[in-house]
Design a protein around this ligand. Structure first.
Ligand code: PRX
Length: 648
């Protein structure tokens, strides 16, 4: 059997879960009294304005409700409740691209968030339930804006700053947003870049719901200004009071929307609620990251993704921790940047994506050795499967063979970690997410609920509802039901299917094998192949296109396109790739760039016209074709495409 890596227990004297026996006992506690155990944690961890009456309402499954009747405010949970004991503790340490730092204490955070909240209320008349879109760089104001929305009960929808104007517009329209909060731009690799022009472009058509644009001045580059629509944050904020009462929110009121890709073209507005989300954000900080009072926690995600929401802003602050927020990139001014930050800030938990780990490994395998990284106790990874080679380098070189690695599996929809090692308990097998957290009933099953045999691939499902789960897809309850509860049943009931495949080993450990739907994972970014195809089809010469994922050394996966040209059209693979990527940049953003493109005479289709994507995936990987091709309309097409790919 493969070697297991045991925790160095001396690093975790105050761990909440200290051994696998303690882990099993907690799992049992949830098995015996599911609702009672969740209720116990909810009462112990959250500051309620009014206690809840019912722990879980399953009467309208899968629209589950948690902590029904409870009243709470997430900003209060993240800030106010810490003021008695840690008002001058660093809440956020922000490091700019150029190395400049700002330390924001809990008291300062309280004041900044309140001023922001007052600005939203007084100037823009934002009320409970209104949607506010954030299109922001990694600056403290982004966190203030999220928490200000939470404070007054507005629903934020953060759109990743790498998305194009078209993608931003779709999200603004779907959410019917009243206000956009953005910045002139920020800095990356020593140079200013702009965000505001993308907002201007997005607002050119169809965003009637938008009343104003609030602009934070970060780099003071010159930008277009629409009088009566655009407002200068830096000026207006000065007039606001630093006291703002927290809105009393119901447990189930929406907290935020975050759009993510599914297997059809249109992104899904994943809707999270208040109490359940913040409870799990906080508990996973304690269980997975062993967060302690004097710790400094650094998650490198962008706030435009769920990891940035839960593990830069909400989780660390709810836990009263110090969270690091970084504007720049880990390779600027050189590949030692991240290690230098860890040394200087004495980071205790470092949380990043396998793509970053592979890149830092490739560009500077020995670089971490030049720095004192002895403050580290936990190294986290998230977003995509990590390969054993990257895992070992992370463990041996970055962690110096002593840190616990937590390979955390979760999703935008799950709100927080689901399957992960526990740093002071779980013996770890490289590249396995190991076991579900206590309270999470994750199973690898067949569609009918029978357990998938050990060592075989099955469907990764969560068979009981959990507090931080997605509540619905904004404006689309049917799609919510069909996307997540339409595929797998367990003990006769529809259960949450993640879209991922997984395998269980003889230890009961779960290893994620990747998406089983038409979603690909490029550098930890989730992209629907249908979205990329939809954008590419706007090219005049393209009659048909199929995009699949191909393994990529650094990015994990990259998009590979098979294109059929319209009659009488001509192009070369290179020329068409360039043109198509121009369109993708406009429609989605550079993160969705196609890496390889081949022009083919036709796509492999069944007689009923369905494109056989599995075949294309095998061809893109240059694997031998094992599938039966006799059901194809034209079986000879497979060999023709294989030859084209081989010669490309
Ligand atoms: O395929 C899984 C992969 O990322 C997907 C979720 O993407 P997103 O909603 O963007 O959230 C990413 C950050 C939580 C999953 O369906 N994924 C996430 N974590 C892991 C992973 N794949 C393998 N191992 C992981 N630890």
């Amino acid at each position: 059997m493969e070697k297991l890596y045991y925790p160095h227990l001396e690093l975790f004297p105050n761990a909440r879960i200290k051994s696998m026996d303690e882990y099993e006992a907690l799992v049992q506690e949830f098995e015996k009294d599911y609702e009672g155990t969740w209720a116990k944690y909810a009462r112990e961890k959250l500051n309620w304005f009014k206690d809840f009456e019912q722990t879980l309402d399953e009467s309208n499954a899968p629209f589950y409700k948690w902590f029904v009747g409870g009243k709470i405010n997430v900003a209060y949970q993240c800030i106010d409740r810490h003021l008695d004991s840690k008002k001058n503790k660093a809440a956020i340490i922000w490091e700019a691209d150029n190395g400049e730092r700002k330390v924001i204490t809990y008291l300062e955070l309280y004041k900044s968030v309140n001023r922001f909240a007052n600005l939203l209320k007084n100037k823009f008349h934002i009320k409970k339930g209104d949607r506010v879109v954030l299109y922001m760089p990694m600056i403290p104001e982004a966190a203030f804006a999220m928490l200000a929305c939470a404070r007054i009960g507005a629903i934020h929808s953060v759109v990743f700053g790498g998305f194009s104007a078209d993608a931003l517009r779709d999200r603004i329209i779907d959410a019917n947003a009243k206000l956009i909060i953005t910045a002139d731009g920020a800095f990356r690799k020593g140079k200013p870049y702009l965000l505001k022009p993308t907002v201007d472009k997005a607002l050119e058509e169809g965003c009637e719901s938008v009343e104003a644009v609030l602009v934070v001045k970060r780099n003071n580059e010159s930008i277009n200004w629409v009088e009566g629509r655009d407002y200068n944050y830096n000026e207006l904020i000065k007039e606001q009071s630093s006291e703002c009462e927290a809105e009393i929110m119901d447990s189930e009121d929406p907290l935020f929307l975050l759009y993510t890709s599914g297997s059809t073209g249109k992104p899904k507005g994943v809707q999270h609620s208040q109490a359940g989300y913040i409870l799990w954000a906080q508990m996973t900080m304690e269980w997975t990251f062993d967060i302690q009072d004097n710790d400094t926690f650094w998650c490198t995600a962008d706030i435009g993704w769920i990891t940035g929401h839960t593990y830069i802003v909400y989780g660390p602050l709810a836990a009263g921790a110090t969270t690091v927020m970084f504007e720049g990139v880990p390779t600027y001014p050189d590949v030692g940047r991240a290690w230098k930050m860890i040394e200087e800030l004495q980071i205790n938990q470092f949380y990043t994506a396998p793509t970053a780990i592979r890149m830092l490994h490739k560009l500077g395998a020995d670089e971490p050795k030049k720095y004192d990284l002895s403050s580290l106790r936990i190294l986290g990874t998230v977003g995509e499967p990590i390969d054993p080679a990257a895992w070992k380098w992370y463990y041996e070189v970055v962690g110096n063979g002593r840190c616990s690695i937590v390979d955390t599996w979760w999703q935008t929809e799950t709100g927080g970690h689901m399957i992960t090692p526990l740093p002071a308990a779980t013996p770890v097998k490289p590249a396995s997410a190991t076991k579900p957290l206590p309270g999470i009933f994750a199973k690898v099953i067949e569609k009918d609920g029978t357990p998938t045999p050990i060592g075989e691939k099955g469907y990764l499902c969560i068979v009981k509802p959990w507090p931080s789960m997605i509540r619905t897809i904004w404006n689309d309850n049917e799609r919510f039901k069909n996307s997540y509860f339409g595929e797998c049943v367990y003990e006769g009931k529809p259960v949450y299917f993640s879209g991922d495949g997984a395998m269980v080993d003889e230890l009961g450990y779960i290893t994620i094998t990747g998406r089983v739907d038409d979603v690909i994972n490029v550098s930890g970014h989730r992209l629907g192949t249908a979205e990329i195809e939809g954008a590419a089809k706007k090219h005049d010469a393209i009659a048909a296109i199929a995009v699949v994922g191909k393994p990529h050394e650094i990015k994990g996966e990259s998009p590979f396109a098979f294109v059929v040209l319209k009659e009488n059209q001509e192009s070369s693979n290179e020329e068409l790739l360039k043109e198509v990527n121009e369109i993708i940049k406009e429609e989605i953003g550079a993160i969705a760039y196609i890496e390889n493109l081949v022009i083919v005479p036709d796509l492999p289709k069944t007689r009923s016209g369905k494109v056989m994507r599995r075949l294309l995936r095998a061809i893109a990987k240059k694997e031998a074709i094992k599938q039966d091709t006799s059901t194809l309309e034209d079986p000879s097409i497979v060999q023709a495409i294989e030859t084209i790919v081989k010669n490309s």
